[in-house]
Design a protein around this ligand. Structure first.
Ligand SMILES: [Zn+2]
Length: 417
């Protein structure tokens, strides 16, 4: 391949992906706005018209902001690659550190990450302080926003820099098959994060308290007993510190696995509903969804790392994306920037797979706790999180990790009969 034909391929993939995403966003806005006037019949008894309209407005506002985000990201990507931004940052870091050394590569990667972060920052702030605030969801204060950002920067430096240094060293020292070593390290690191995140990193941002004794805990322990499930803890997280959205999640694996409830979720749901939500989470565990995802991501990423190994030796890859030099750090940066453009067609497949898992977890939940409780919990969550009940079917099939409310609830109703 020549560098100019690779530039053309890159621009085509970027343009096609962008147009597809914009088209889908327009469809979603039209569909949601078109169904704003009336609550869908299946929810007429449980969701009021004003809540339905708030969900429609919130969905449309988020999709609009997503369009802005999409355009900014595309402009940044073009500016960094064929606009010469990466080449300039590479030259700048070479002026400070000895060219083609490890510190030069690290400085280059840090510079690119900092630029991307700075470009994203206004939109991140806008999302919390304008969009989420307008719909009454934001609880983040400017002081907390800054504290979060500073903690993020310190964590990135403390964990990210040594990580980058090690990867760059592997690339230089491991010969032809360096990409296989980098892949194995990357996979191992991800597993390690899964293991240590709940106990060491999450507490830097939130408070976790063991769930207090009471009717809820008794119910949950009964459920665990029935499902034959052991875990290292049940925790309540102060999610209300940042947002009014409620959630529950299941985290870690092996001895470190724990269930975390947002305090905002426990405020909204009755103990029987919390039990049903938890039964759904246990369904994911029962079906080994985490391990299946990891296996597919691990195997799939091996292909991408092999591709990375191949591209590192191709001049057209660097020149076609606006860099005059090749090298370990430019290889990593270009690959990380450009890969999502080419993997966008995989998005609907991954979403479809995820929705299948949600159905399986729902079916499991319905076998361990009354499906009616899960239905009423879901209706409350859709209402209180202002999630739309009327997504565009095509938009939803491409992006949504969870099935649309109406379909999900109809299936659960089938399970109650
Ligand atoms: Zn789920």
């Amino acid at each position: 391949m020549t560098s100019s034909s690779f530039t053309a391929l890159f621009l085509f993939a970027l343009g096609a992906g962008l147009l597809t995403r914009l088209w889908l966003a327009q469809r979603q806005i039209r569909h949601v706005a078109g169904h704003r006037a009336a609550v869908p019949a299946a929810f007429a008894a449980s969701i009021a018209l004003d809540a339905h309209q708030k969900a429609a407005d919130y969905t449309v506002a988020r999709v609009r902001l997503g369009i802005v985000d999409l355009l900014i990201s595309a402009a940044l990507l073009l500016g960094l690659t064929i606009g010469g931004g990466l080449q300039a940052l590479f030259a700048l870091s070479a002026a400070v550190f000895t060219p083609a050394t490890l510190p030069h590569g690290m400085a280059f990667i840090a510079a690119v990450a900092s630029v991307s972060w700075l470009v994203d920052l206004p939109l991140t702030a806008y999302r919390s302080f304008v969009l989420e605030a307008r719909f009454g969801f934001n609880r983040l204060t400017p002081a907390l926003f800054i504290a979060d950002a500073l903690k993020g920067i310190v964590l990135s430096a403390v964990i990210g820099l040594p990580l980058i240094a090690f990867v760059l060293w592997l690339m230089a020292a491991m010969g032809q098959l360096w990409w296989a070593y980098v892949w194995a390290f990357w996979l191992g690191f991800n597993l390690l994060v899964l293991l240590v995140y709940p106990t060491f990193i999450a507490p830097l941002f939130n408070k976790f308290q063991p769930l207090e004794d009471g009717p809820l805990k008794t119910r949950i322990e009964g459920l665990m007993e029935r499902c034959g499930f052991r875990l290292s803890g049940l925790f309540v997280m102060d999610g209300s510190k940042r947002s009014a959205h409620g959630n529950a999640y299941f985290t870690g694996f092996g001895a470190a696995k724990r269930i975390v409830f947002f305090d905002t979720l426990l405020e909204k749901l009755a103990p029987t509903e919390v039990e049903a939500v938890l039964a759904h989470e246990l369904g994911h565990y029962h079906h080994h969804h985490l391990w299946k995802r990891l296996a597919v991501i691990g195997a799939g990423s091996l292909i991408f790392f092999a591709l990375l190994g191949h591209l590192a030796g191709q001049d057209w890859f660097f020149n076609g994306l606006g860099m005059q030099e090749s090298g370990t750090a430019p290889t990593l940066v270009l690959f990380a920037l450009v890969l999502p453009i080419f993997t966008f067609p995989l998005t609907p497949l991954m979403s479809m797979w995820s929705r299948r898992h949600e159905f399986q977890a729902d079916a499991y939940a319905a076998s361990q706790a009354p499906a009616t409780e899960l239905i009423s919990a879901l209706v409350k969550l859709y209402r209180d999180n202002a999630s739309t009940l009327t997504p565009d079917p095509l938009y939803s099939s491409v992006y949504d990790s969870h099935p649309p409310a109406a379909i999900r609830i109809a299936r659960l109703q089938g399970a109650t009969r």
